[in-house]
Design a protein around this ligand. Sequence first.
Ligand code: MOS
Length: 691
Amino acid sequence: MTTLDRVLGAGIPRVDGPQKVRGTAPYAYEQDPGEPICHLAVVQSTVNRGRITRLDPTRAEAMTGVLAVLTPANAPRLSGNLSSDLPVLQSLDVHYQGQIVAAVVAESSEIAKAAVGEIAVEYAAEPPDVALSADRPDLYAPEKVMAGLDTDSVIGDVDGALAAAPVSIDVTYSTPTQHNNPIEMHVSMARWDGDSLTLWDADQGPHTIVSDLAEAFDLEPGQVRVISPYVGGAFGSKAFTHPNQIVAAMAARVVGRTVVFELTRQQMFSLVGHRTPTIQRMRLGADRDGRMTAISHEVVEHTSRISEFAEQTATATRVMYAAPHRRTTHRLARLDVPPPTIMRAPGETPGMYALESAVDELTAELGIDPVELRIRNEPERDPERDVPFSSRNLVACLRTGAERFGWAGRDLRPRQRQEGRWLIGTGVAAATYPTKRRKADCRITAYPGHYVVEIDGSDIGTGAWTALAQIAADALETDLDSVRLRIGDSALPQAGGAGGSMGTASWGSAIVLTAREVRRRLSGEPPAEGLVVDGGFDGETPAAKTHSMHSFGAHFVEVRVDADTGEVRVPRATSVYAAGRIINARTARSQFLGGFSMGVSMALHEETLTDERLGHYANHDLAEYHVATNADIGEIDISWLEEEDPLVNELGLKGIGEIGITGAAAAVGNAYWHATGLRVRDLPITPDKYF
Ligand code: MOS
């Protein structure tokens, strides 16, 4: 057996599992800086837009154990180049509800929180403008959407083709505001040594946080060190710097001691971003045999008044199905809301919900099986870029999934099966996610008997500690025990964060390239003493210019709906993925499982309700912001196809963190329609929408 067969792909248990179970893997809150830690608590604005007219910290300042109260009047000045919500306590202006307007540093968390209650703030406020609608006169087209993608795409004569199509649909879907809810809250522990800052932090990439902190405090990047070896979950909210890291560092500087700031669950609903709500108009035209002639996907979403975040909701539609006439657009409203951010497969998640729901509605109009209709519209090349796919196995995923699920013989008509009170239906939807990678450096030091592999990758709970060790062991042709991996520290060679499903592709490629050089230099001899090799690569794979690179998948779902109460359950599901090489069968399965479950959660529960009168998020904790649990979902059958794709990167892997959620909510919604005959086009599908 070669090393490659043994290590790569094997379902090796997490190498950090034992420490995590024993509580010896230190998370940000658990660091020991060698001195008593001060605690930070914040006062947050209760209005969405306006100006602070009075802020009196004297009662809080007088409390025993309070070390400092920071307000816009006395807080240190930050660099003027900070944008969005990062200039914390720099002005009396309020831009969103929940904005930090004062901060207390105290000897204990209890004292800090009690002192917060002693700070009176008054505002001159304007009424909140928080309601998104598709007919707002102030909708505008951003210059680009996320990832530098075009805001609009137009090919052919969409309106003409829709008018001429023998069969067409014109439907609008909406998805609500959603919030990232990793189990570990955002935590930052800050300590200054002279002009050098150390931040133990819960984030998705230390180097990303370093640049913003250096900017904020006018430091060289080398004066800031961010450390985050263990992170208790992150779906996008920990990818970028938020006000919490800035205010923790600011407070530590003021009191000259180590300060920790742990957000409460409720604070996570205003300080670390959310997924924008969307309104998506879908128009599809087709011949009677189900070949699509026109696809139109028009998106309305929101951003905040202080910064533009333009989610790329319709971009997955650009690659999914063949049709000569096609259009995608994105329009934004600037509202008095906190800045939105990324949340697991930002763009693809709401976008694929709308596209894959609309495709299902088209199959119902045509009386064609939804698997068959998708196969009939499979494009030969990327339909908008007109380049070949590096590999595309959507059809194989659909066929394999149909087989595993037992799709054959399904009645096309809705509301045909009932067992007791349960109406039963099945549904299908496709999944996709782009394959990319970004610049990463790596250092490998060879010692007699082992290698030290250093790269600033992040394990946010996904299993990167294990997958990267496997990649290194394979590339160095050694065993797992001979690899000592170091990640999650900005003092290590620079690499992008965990995001965009690019982590393993980027860090893994850097490790492979560096390991190749190590082996070349050793030319077969075992290292006698430390040999240090710095390697890595500069950015996107060259083939990204000439090929369209994406992973694909298919979800098959059974839904049961209580005919009396409208309660929805998902007793079984099958998901099949084609995502290139799988590095670790065990942790990969967990990623697919988690992504799919989050899609079920989106379909049935997740919704942040905005009070349009008072401008706040009404359900800002896990008691009222519901997520799917074991009671919602039964058996999930996860599998993947063997897919070789030498073009995407050194390892032929496509990234798996996000594809699982894409399309999953549509599969649930489609099965719900098949069970009940009702199309709910406004997520989530809560019981009230049954009546
Ligand atoms: Mo993911 S939303 O790119 O962290």
